[in-house]
Structures are given as C-alpha cells and as structure tokens.
Ligand binder design. Structure first.
Ligand SMILES: *Cc1c(COP(=O)(O)O)cnc(C)c1O
Length: 435
C-alpha cells in the first residue's frame, strides 16, 4: 500500500484538500486511501492494490463503479446536452425521470422538485411543507418533529432536524430546533407512537411536518425498526393534519428490499426525499417527490405563493440521465429479487459473525447488514478501518457498529470474500485492541 505513487497523492491531498467529516490531524495516524480507478465492486489505488467497496462509497453506488450501461448513457448525454437551466427551460432527462419516479408511486407523488445533494432535498421538503400551510392560511404551522438519533444532513436547516451529537453539537447555536421524539429503533414501536401522539396532541396547530428515516436510521449506526411504526405514524399525521416527510436518501432505491422503504409499511408520505443511490452513485442529484394537492396549493398568479427555491444545477441533464440508466438497470435485471437471493447468501456466510462471542445485535434489512463490536477500545473504528484495508476491504464502522452496505452487483464469490474478511478483520482488530 505504501508505494511512492500512493504517498505522493496522499501528501498532496493532505496539503490542499480539506476532507469531509474528518479531523484532519487523525490522518497522521489513519491512512488516507488514494483511489485511481474503479471497476465493479472494486476500487484501485495508484499502486494497483484493490479494495472491495463494501459501503458503496458512502451508500451511493448501486451497480458498481464504471458500470458499462450507465457509462454508455452518460457518454450519449454528454454529446447531446451537458446542462441547461431548469428555470424557464426544460429537457427530456428531467421530464422522463420525474415521470418514471411518479409512476413508481402509482402517481401518488406526481411531482418532482430537483436539487443536487441530500441535505438540500431535506431543506426543500421542510420549506415546501411550511409554505404549503402558509398558502393555506395556516402560517403558524412552522415547527417540525424528528426522531431521536435522526440524521437528515449537515446544512444549517437540515441540522435542525438532526439529532446525532457529533454532527449537531458544535453548530447547535446556529440551528432552529425541531421537536425530538422517541425513535422506534431504541424505544420500540408502541412507546414511539405514544411519544409522537403526545406531541401531536399538544402541538399539531404549530407543526408543519414530521420527518423520519424509514426503517433504518443509518447514520445513527444502522438502527432498524419495524414498518408498522410508519403505518401508524401515517395515520396519526392524517388525524392531526401534519405532513409526513420520508427521508429515503439512504434507504430508498431498493436498499431495504423495496424500491421505496415506505412501501413495506403500505403508506405514502407527503414528501419523499431521494438522493445517494438515485444516480447510481455517479453524480450529485437529489429530488423531492410530492403530491398533486400540495403542488396545487402553490399554483397561483402571485409569484410569492410559488415555491421559491433554486439551485444552479437543478435537474442537471447528466445527473438525470445517470438516474434514468439506473432505473433501466432496476427494470432489466430483476434487481430486488436477485438482492433477496444475495442477502440470504450473505446472511448465511455471516453466521460466524452473528454468533461471535464479541459481537452484539446482529441485524439486517434488505442489503444492509450490521453488528456492534463488544469492545471498550475508543480507537476501534480507526483500527478496524486500517485492518480492513489490509484485507482488501473498504469499510468504515460508525463507532463500534460494523456494517456492510455493498453495491448490488457483488458476485457470490465476492459475497463470501466479504464475509470471511470481515470476520478476519474483526478478530485482528480485537486482538490489536487487547495488545
Ligand atoms: C446522506 C444523507 C443525507 C444527506 O445527504 P447529502 O447528500 O450528504 O447532503 C440526508 N439524510 C440521510 C438519511 C442520509 O443518509
């Protein structure tokens, strides 16, 4: 790993690039991995070492790196239209993508509003919900509720509905706080429903929306909960006249076993936020899907009753085309059924980890697998990361939670390799911690 070619990129990066979500000083001890190219599930460094991308490059990659189908679509789009503004203009890729996503909701969510990153999609949903109520003459509905340990992005508005201390505490003086209610992942479904019912009973007149991560609170450490919570939450939101926002940025696009995670609860929210996997992990793209009746409340001669939000790259044709190619792959390859087969294989291969004396709470949903390491070592995550790299795995535990969220294209051999080397990595890390 420590060849000259690698060291050069690492030194230059550390001198010029401020890396995301990183205490840069930690890179004195923690390796920075230079990536030269990708193919399928593998990333390669300049020296030719390879790493299995077991976390889909921060949960975005669905069909592998340098996917030939997505590449072909993008090359065609590049030669046709790289970008045009979406205010006053329109183009085929944005229209088709909006239509196809709407069709996936059986047209329940008939409109798509585009942005470029997940946090912006969350902010758009919050603003839209508030503005809807204001257009309806209920401008006092300006508060939001989120779940304990929720993660909805790191811009100032999104941090207001985020409850992960690491991301939130430093900037807390800048944020407008949402109501934080018990999460079904930690409190259980009944207690969590009681908590949100109590808040709605007291504050519904002031609440615009409740925002949730359906089924899995990923950033909280892959905290999973039952779909029945969403079914009951939907009913409560209807009863009290409050919007339901589903942040499917991490759990959408088939990750939990259905295209939208909410499908498992048999409900549709008022807003769905999508990003991450929607472009196949190729280009920054996010969008908010919403209902015709919400759109209708903005439709007016008065510009100030319109939705006032824009990004320069709204609906970028290349990003939309990557998303269309991604949807094509879902249709052509029977992805969800094949993922069920692969998840069963991986579950089987992970049994030694599920039964390991030093693991707790082995859990899975769709193609997300996680367990907690039973260790007191504060450096566990850093050590595990380094040990995984030595075994050709790219994995970043969240604290003591080790998780896998691989691209959907792993072969059966790659699944077996992932399971075996994760076990080896855990054992090596625990031994190192004890030394
Ligand atoms: C990643 C993520 C976001 C933020 O998306 P960015 O593109 O990183 O801004 C929001 N919500 C959830 C659930 C996420 O996983």
């Amino acid at each position: 790993m420590n060849t000259e070619a690698n060291q050069d990129w690492v030194a230059r990066s550390l001198a010029a690039v401020w890396h995301p979500c990183t205490q840069m000083k930690h890179h004195e001890r923690m390796p920075l991995v230079p990536i030269a190219r990708g193919k399928g599930a593998w990333l390669y460094d300049p020296a030719g070492n390879r790493y299995l991308d077991a976390i889909s490059s921060w949960w975005v990659n669905l069909f592998g790196h340098a996917n030939p189908d997505i590449n072909r679509a993008l090359k065609d789009q590049l030669d046709t239209l790289e970008h045009a503004m979406l205010a006053g203009c329109t183009h085929a890729s944005a229209v088709e993508l909006a239509e196809r996503l709407s069709a996936l909701t059986q047209k329940t969510l008939g409109l798509a509003f585009f942005a470029s990153d997940g946090a912006s999609a969350v902010e758009i949903a919050l603003k839209m919900s508030f503005h809807f109520w204001r257009n309806r003459g209920q401008s006092e509905k300006r508060e939001f509720a989120c779940l304990a340990n929720s993660y909805h992005g790191e811009t100032i508005g999104a941090l207001g509905v985020t409850d992960v201390a690491l991301f939130k505490d430093a900037y807390d003086p800048l944020t407008r706080h949402a109501h934080v209610v018990a999460s079904p992942a930690s409190a259980g479904v009944d207690a969590a429903i009681d908590a949100i019912r109590a808040l709605l009973t007291e504050r519904a007149a002031h609440l615009a929306a409740v925002i949730v991560e359906p089924l899995v609170q990923c950033a909280a450490g892959m905290a999973m909960y039952d779909a029945s919570y969403l079914t009951r939450l939907r009913a409560l939101c209807d009863e009290f006249g409050v919007h339901l926002i589903a942040d499917e940025i991490a759990v959408g696009c088939g990750r939990t076993g259905t295209f939208f995670a909410c499908e498992q609860a048999g409900v549709w929210p008022d807003f769905v936020c999508l990003s991450k996997g929607i472009s196949g992990g190729y280009l920054p793209l996010s969008l908010v899907l919403t209902r015709d009746e919400i759109y209708a409340a903005f439709y007016d001669d008065d510009i100030t009753r319109g939705f006032l939000h824009s990004h320069s790259y709204t609906g970028n044709p290349l990003a939309c085309r990557a998303a269309l190619a991604t949807l094509d792959l879902f249709e052509s390859a029977n992805v969800l059924a094949e993922n069920r087969r692969k998840s069963a294989l991986l579950r089987e291969a992970l049994q030694p980890l599920a039964k390991h004396a030093r693991t707790r709470s082995f859990r899975e949903r769709g193609t997300i697998f996680a367990f907690d390491a039973d260790t007191e070592d504060a450096a566990f995550s850093r050590r595990f990361f380094a040990n995984a790299l030595q075994r050709e795995l790219l994995m970043r535990p969240i604290g003591k939670t080790v998780y896998m969220m691989p691209p959907y294209i792993l072969s059966d051999d790659e699944l077996a390799l992932l399971a075996q080397r994760t076990l080896d990595t855990l054992d090596a890390t625990l031994a190192e911690s004890a030394a």
